[in-house]
Design a protein around this ligand. Structure first.
Ligand SMILES: NC(=O)C1=CN([C@@H]2O[C@H](COP(=O)(O)OP(=O)(O)OC[C@H]3O[C@@H](n4cnc5c(N)ncnc54)[C@H](OP(=O)(O)O)[C@@H]3O)[C@@H](O)[C@H]2O)C=CC1
Ligand SMILES: O=C(O)CCC(=O)C(=O)O
Ligand SMILES: [Mg+2]
Length: 432
């Protein structure tokens, strides 16, 4: 039983547990939720209604989520004088699966990202962000239906580790002196006025992320996995990520994958035709092709040749950029879901890709689709596939009927603009 400092224990529901590495989900699981800042309360209220309605419709009362509110962000600060109370982490550790709205991160000084803190504290090393097309969504590209990618973003390392020192501080002076005097660094262009950031990237962290991406790709019959990196510039972090990815694929999945590193070796030893034949043979055998792309060109190619990309494994910052950019192709950030997962401990927090969109806070206008679809990912994680299907149906029908929130309405001819809460009503009504 969880021991909380301040929170009251849940009054209903049972705990999810883990047995032999698999989640054991009761019919009334306790699911902690964080409402979120800014537009979070509007979105969460709408999403909760949709998710509850889908469960009720799918299981006729046999299953029901026991929602348990936990706090982070402004609401936590106002209630408990802490931006991220320890009880919130205790609850997610105890109940395994949680869902959250967006949380504000001030730019510059002040608190560091609570979103990042949650991922790091719980070691949720995978950020999985599927990018798929729903028929009828507005898109700036000609063939959005060709977009079907899943981003696996490393979630605990890279510059998000938050190791940095401010320009002018005593600490940065010490770091710069160390770099110059002990490490022979003479390339800091303006040492007197530089801030310094550190980018840790490990083989352990990279490999566990890439392992999850390969497992996902194999389980779902995906054809390719692309390692997206900027290894031409950052050789021992981003370049190493690519090398570790190839190494892992060959060592642990040698019979199920064919890598571009193998392709290059064959090309060097036996020529181009032999390398092309080896890749063709591997494709014919249904092997997963593991390849790589440098991050800048990848951002162009995901737009111009979406069918070349299937599962993407990448570092934290690249994944952050890629997920917002890719979302734009299939309806925008308003319907881009995500999951932060530790596949080893079973802990997961589901959350939208977007932020708090503060200018729309309290107006009941934004699209709740991202949190609704994050809830669908949560249903899939729990094995509640019937409820997931109902939400997909409700969402797709609502979009096809052109009864949509402002973000879609402004891009769709003949659409009726409705509020966030009304969109939830539509999704529920359209579950069939
Ligand atoms: N995981 C998290 O909790 C995240 C938190 N953040 C935090 O959120 C805050 C605001 O960040 P910001 O950079 O403005 O990014 P946001 O994602 O909050 O908003 C940027 C723009 O995206 C569009 N948008 C966002 N959410 C929706 C939605 N639900 N429906 C429709 N459109 C939407 C709006 O575009 P338009 O104006 O064109 O309609 C909005 O102005 C910051 O503190 C940031 O750190 C950011 C990302 C993730
Ligand atoms: O925590 C934040 O403020 C930003 C997080 C973010 O952009 C993301 O998770 O994609
Ligand atoms: Mg982001």
């Amino acid at each position: 039983m969880a021991k909380f400092e301040s929170y009251a224990l849940p009054t209903e529901g049972e705990s999810i547990t883990i047995e032999n590495g698999n989640l054991k989900v009761p019919n009334n699981p306790i699911i902690p939720f964080i409402e979120g800042d800014g537009t979070g309360p509007d979105i969460w209220a709408a999403s909760k209604r949709v998710l509850d309605a889908a469960v009720e419709k799918a299981y006729n009362g046999e299953k029901k989520i026991a929602w348990y509110e936990v706090y982070a962000g402004e609401k936590a600060f106002n209630k408990y004088n802490s931006w991220l109370p320890a009880d919130t982490l205790t609850a997610i550790r105890e109940y395994f699966v949680a869902i959250k709205g967006p949380l504000t991160t001030p730019v510059g000084g002040g608190i560091r990202s609570l979103n990042v803190a949650l991922r790091q504290e719980l070691d949720l090393y995978v950020c999985s962000r599927p990018v798929r097309y729903f028929s009828g969504v507005p898109s700036p590209v000609k063939r959005p239906e060709l977009v079907d990618m899943v981003i696996f973003r490393e979630n605990t390392e890279d510059i998000y580790a938050g190791i940095e020192w401010e320009a002018g501080s005593a600490e940065v002076k010490k770091v710069i002196e160390f770099l110059q005097n002990e490490m022979g660094v003479n390339k800091i262009r303006f040492p007197e006025t530089s801030g310094i950031g550190v980018k840790p990237v490990s083989s352990d962290g990279s490999k566990r992320l890439i392992r999850s991406a390969i497992d996902y790709a194999l389980k779902h019959g995906r054809k390719t996995l692309t390692l997206v990196h900027k290894g031409n510039i950052m050789k021992y972090t981003e370049g190493a990520f690519k090398n570790w990815g190839y190494e892992l694929a060959e060592e642990e999945y040698g019979d199920k994958t064919f890598t571009w590193a193998q392709y290059d070796k064959i090309k060097e030893a036996e020529g181009l035709d032999a390398a092309n034949k080896a890749q063709k043979d591997a494709e014919a055998e249904g092997k997963l092709i593991v390849k790589d792309a440098i991050a800048d060109i990848a951002l162009q190619q995901v737009l111009t040749r979406p069918t070349d990309f299937d599962v993407i494994a990448t570092l934290n910052l690249n994944g952050d950029y890629l997920s917002d950019a890719l979302a734009a192709q299939v309806g925008g950030i308003g319907i881009a879901p995500g999951a932060n997962i530790n596949y080893i401990t079973g802990h997961a927090i589901f959350e939208a890709t977007h932020g708090t969109a503060p200018k729309y806070a309290g107006l009941d206008v934004v699209n709740p689709g991202s949190v609704i679809l994050s809830g669908v990912m949560m249903f899939e994680h729990l094995g509640w596939l019937e409820a997931a299907e109902l939400v997909y149906k409700g969402l797709e029908t609502s979009i096809n009927n052109k009864t949509v929130t402002y973000d879609f309405a402004r891009l769709m001819d003949g659409a009726k603009e409705i509020k966030c809460s009304e969109f939830a009503d539509q999704v529920i009504a359209n579950m069939g």
